[in-house]
Ligand binder design. Sequence first.
Ligand code: GAL
Length: 810
Amino acid sequence: MKHNLILLLLVFFCTGSFAQEKPLRNLTTLENNWKFINQEVAGAENPQTNTSNWETVSVPHDWAIKGPFDKEIDKQMVKVTQDMETEAKERTGRTGALPHIGIGWYRNTFTLPEFEAGKKALLIFDGAMSDAQVYVNGTKVGNHPYGYSYFYFDISDYLQAGENLLAVRLENPPSSSRWYPGAGIYRKVQILVKDEVNFQQWGTFITTPFVSDQVAQINIKSEVNGDDLKVVTEIKDAEGKIVASKTSSDQFGNLTELNIAVPDPNIWSIENPYLYTAHSKLYKNNELKDELLTRFGIRSVVYERGKGLVLNGEVTKFKGVCLHHDLGPLGAAVNKAALKRQLTILKDMGCNAIRSSHNMPSHEQLELCDEMGFLFLAESFDEWAKAKVENGYNRFFNDWAEKDVVNLVRATRNHPCIVMWSSGNEVPDQWGNEGVKLAKWLQDIFHREDPTRPVTVGMDQVANTLKNGFGAIMDIPGLNYRLPLYDEAYERFPQGFILGSETASTVSSRGIYKFPVEELKQKTYDDFQSSSYDMEACYWSNVPDEDFVWQDDFDWVIGEFVWTGFDYLGEPTPYNEAWPSRSSYFGICDLAGLPKDRFYLYRSRWNTENETLHILPHWNWEGREGETTPVFVYTNYNSAELFVNGVSQGVQTKTKELSKQHRYRLMWMDVKYEPGTLKVVAFDDAGKPVAEKEIHTAGKPHHLKLSADRESISADGKDLSYITVSVVDKDGNLCPNADTQLNFSVSGAGTYKVVCNGDATSLEMFHLPTMKAFSGKLVVTVQASEKPGEINLAVKGKGLKTGNIAIHSK
Ligand code: GAL
């Protein structure tokens, strides 16, 4: 069944309201009843073939996420020069070891009763992975190679009365990505029907050139199709109340422009993400032809020398994270509830900014960032003309880069969250004069399409870009890592500030700790895990504290985007050649979304509203009795005292004197392990005890503790509840070493969706209702059906009392 969304109002208000017979715009989201086949199965080169053996799927869809994992998939023999490698090595899990390579076909039949003479129909894709070839009723209507781009086709001339057939061919070649790209139509597809006299697709641009507490200037440029048109725009506040309106009857070619004053504006900010809507109506000869709702925020964004981002008059440092687009066990198929959960977790950490590395973000993510108050750095490419991977974007760059940038900017520029664009990440074109020209060319395209926001590139070849002019022409010089060059870059680049466009790349596995505790680079262990003492990084990267020093001591360092907020599929550094590692270790949170210890280190400095007091490691070290087992505390307090079974281990105070870590962490390096209780008492700056926390050595696994991120969800067939399952002892203490095989069953008004335990080496599939706990935990995701009611999840494990939870779906 198709999901028809009538976007715009049926009722048209004027003096004495009357109901208009038909909506001016019809937006149909093609969600259900898609047919899909992998070409390997069918040899299905012709989209008109019989589809009896095709699978029925819904879109967004990721054809590869159900696996199985296979070492041979996209095994890349490469020398990764960005990783300072000197010889080619076999990288097994680089793109996630999931079956995303190959050709996939999708078909959908649809009818458009509202389409008639004098109308236009646009077929709009938010993203299709990749190299889309699109057919309507057997005729090719167009193609779009880049899997992360938004694109649309005018299909008015290809439609027929009654049923229409849409067919989409996608192809992912091997060696086309450095991470798991997903596969298929992983973002939404819509058909928009409107009058041929209309507001152009993505043709409306709202800016706020003047913002004060008393008044804001709202500038609205609309590109229109048709002559002698009049535009009437009403500005509505978040409650839908009209706060200002204006009419424009001047048209310059296909452009109309309005400047509207909004008195006493409610200004969009991180703390107050207030949104207005512009309701624009298009008239020809006083006949209403089209109308458009555009959500926007009123905020002022400027960048100043020595300060960086000044948001609404306040210097605002980026406390940001980089995110890949995959949603862990859900793969690349976009889901708003999954994105919202990520942002909720990041908000609690005090994070204020997201970088969509290294490509176009989903519209859903941008909408959420507008609503939740995140700044956004919207990136476009990981490659320009020079290759990082053989079949990467370099194949398309010359012909498509301008189009892809234009689509990115036009489709997203009304989002108040976006405060910066990025034209590339660590592009090898940083070398050579041609690359400098490309950098300028791309930046000029961004400026042409959006004169209000600056452009950056995440540069890793900093020494070279200092010499060849590449870094000097950027609006914002973005440095990926390369802390030792920060000083020189600030000194020699003309902009007067630098951005840590990518920082840290610390590696860790949730709940895993290694001894002795030391700062190490590219360290590997036999179990293919990394230590959660947060002391391990890559050759090119560093532990978080190193960045904190630069962020804190130099105003001209305008913030950072940590690699990464969440683990992602693929790129299992430092275990690139170590099967079965198949997902990253870089995340502040693991692939299941569970916070690693590092979460609390960032939280202790980024979340300035709430207390952070976190102890690590866990305290179950059978066999280590009497051995040195350092204890770290991540806290916003400056000092604390640690007790082992009531015996003081002394007071630690944050200090600049000893090491970078001592400035940000409280560390007791000589603690001897004995089972029992670890207790920390934190002091305020006057030396008064203000908070305490304990962890205990856990006994045997006894039962399961279930807790949901949301106990009440929407009965819309899409909403998700994430239930963290912990193996605990009889007193409720987490058993930190438990790896019990758990089984899940869901009944009632929802279905079992996926499970993930955050273990980067697990080959258990996410969509099957069984998985081992990892470090005592995993996360089960259940999905609402379209019927309201209770969703019941039961979790069973050998020798454990069954765990149950009920989620309400309304
Ligand atoms: C950076 C790169 C990222 C990721 C990261 C891992 O150089 O931009 O995509 O590969 O390294 O540390």
